[in-house]
Design a protein around this ligand. Structure first.
Ligand code: HAM
Length: 420
């Protein structure tokens, strides 16, 4: 029987890797402009790190974690997200003692045992950023602006909408939750089974339910934004003012609740209407209580993560087919002597920073031209007996479909022109 990959896990193949690099390079470029440094943390943590961070009644902790018992009996979990591990590292490495502000970004695979569908995997990649230390609203706005700038950099904002809201804090959210319970309780029997349970455990999640009847009932529910305490309201106003001042377009969506329990105040999502139900491309928010919750000093923080696979799906709509095929030169050769000349020329051109492909065996010109085409070569060099005698190369510009003979020494001396 042939071996196969696990359901919900996937390979990223060489033909797609250029798209991945484009995203990763743009994130690195933009995030570092904003003062963020990369952190690499383990994929495996004690289960407790996630259970205490994300909330024991969240879908992730209740049913989606890949958890197993280690040989010594300790419970370990493959990370379902990056924030908890980053905060664990922040505390363990005493980063608070080194600087009052830590700006960290990360990229890597996350694991959630969800039902796989388009844009939803069990093993998927995130790029995330965490800004730990400041509580001022300018830090929320800077982070959101950075995220939007990233999407501008990779030219996808045409498909995206930034939605923001506030979830309040420990002063105003408990009262709001009570109001919600008061609102939903008389209609409890009409709610789906999950929401009936959420009414006891986490009534905010009812606002997020995708079931038709729950949605209808939730439409008229009281809004968190009408129930913020003064401090939270001022914070939210200031975040919006800061975003306005740099022209970041956003929509206020009071129904954002997020699937993790650590959030306080600002929450945001970047959504698209191009991917069906998996419409969140990036999401995050403020989590002022988490560092303390995990045993560190009381420290404010705000962050986000984006799903790379979902960004790739958008890129496939936005970028022309054949993107990432970027061999500069293909050298076709006819005869043994020409093959040897091609081998040397390829070596010399690569030393000058030109990407070159050539065949190892002697094949027909037709089959070599086919391969040049497939590789998306910008130029094809042809070396035959005639060319060898005259010490020239027949250079075909594949875009212009033009051909000219160029002296071998001129090719080496002005090789830069073949870089594009
Ligand atoms: P999250 O909303 O759970 O937040 O995930 C962030 C993003 O990861 C989603 O918007 C989505 O693009 C992607 N994603 C999530 N699950 C899957 C999946 N099964 N398949 C493919 N993509 C997925 C967090 O993870 C928080 N840690 C974000 C954060 C950082 N908040 C503060 N700091």
């Amino acid at each position: 029987m042939k071996v196969k990959s696990i359901r919900g896990f996937h390979d990223i193949l060489p033909e797609n890797i250029k798209r991945w690099h484009l995203i990763e390079d743009a994130a690195k470029y933009i995030f570092e402009l904003y003062g963020f440094s990369e952190i690499r943390i383990p994929v495996l943590e004690f289960t407790d790190v996630f259970a205490r961070s994300l909330g024991t009644t969240t879908d992730i902790v209740e049913k989606e974690m890949y958890t197993f018992t280690d040989r010594d009996g300790s419970s370990l979990t493959l990370r379902p997200e990056g924030t908890a591990g980053v905060v664990r590292a922040y505390i363990e490495d005493s980063m608070h003692a080194k600087s009052s502000i830590s700006k960290l970004y990360y990229t890597g695979m996350m694991f959630r045992h969800e039902r796989p569908q388009k844009g939803r995997f069990r093993g998927f990649y995130q790029i995330g950023a965490e800004l730990i230390g400041p509580e001022e609203p300018a830090s929320d706005a800077e982070l959101v602006a950075m995220l939007w700038r990233f999407f501008e950099e990779i030219d996808l904002t045409q498909f995206l909408e930034l939605e923001i809201s506030s979830l309040g804090d420990q002063n105003c959210r408990p009262q709001y939750k009570e109001k919600l319970v008061g609102y939903f309780s008389p209609q409890k029997n009409e709610l789906c089974e999950d929401c009936q349970r959420r009414l006891e455990t986490n009534p905010l999640r009812i606002l997020d339910c995708k079931q038709k009847r729950c949605k209808e009932i939730a439409a008229d529910a009281p809004s968190m934004l009408d129930n913020l305490c003064e401090d939270c309201e001022n914070h939210f106003d200031s975040v919006k003012e800061n975003l306005d001042s740099v022209g970041i377009p956003y929509k206020i969506n009071p129904k954002i609740v997020r699937g993790l329990d650590y959030y306080t105040r600002t929450v945001f999502e970047i959504t698209t209407d191009q991917l069906g139900s998996q419409n969140a491309v990036a999401a995050g928010g403020r989590y002022d209580g988490l560092v303390n919750e995990l045993g560190g000093p009381a420290t404010a923080a705000v962050g986000f993560a984006m799903g790379i696979e979902r960004i790739i799906l958008l890129q496939e709509i936005a970028l022309p087919e054949g993107f990432g095929k970027d061999v500069n030169v293909f050298i076709a050769h006819l005869g043994d002597e020409a093959r040897q000349a091609a081998f040397t020329l390829a070596f010399n051109l690569r030393n000058k920073g030109i990407s070159v492909e050539t065949d190892y065996a002697t094949k027909s010109l037709k089959s070599q031209m086919k391969r040049a085409d497939k590789l998306g070569a910008s130029y094809t060099f042809i070396i035959g007996e005639d060319e060898l005698k005259k010490a020239v190369i027949k250079v075909r510009d594949m875009k212009e479909s033009s051909e000219e003979d160029i002296k071998l020494e001129d090719i080496i001396n002005s090789s830069d022109k073949f870089k594009s």
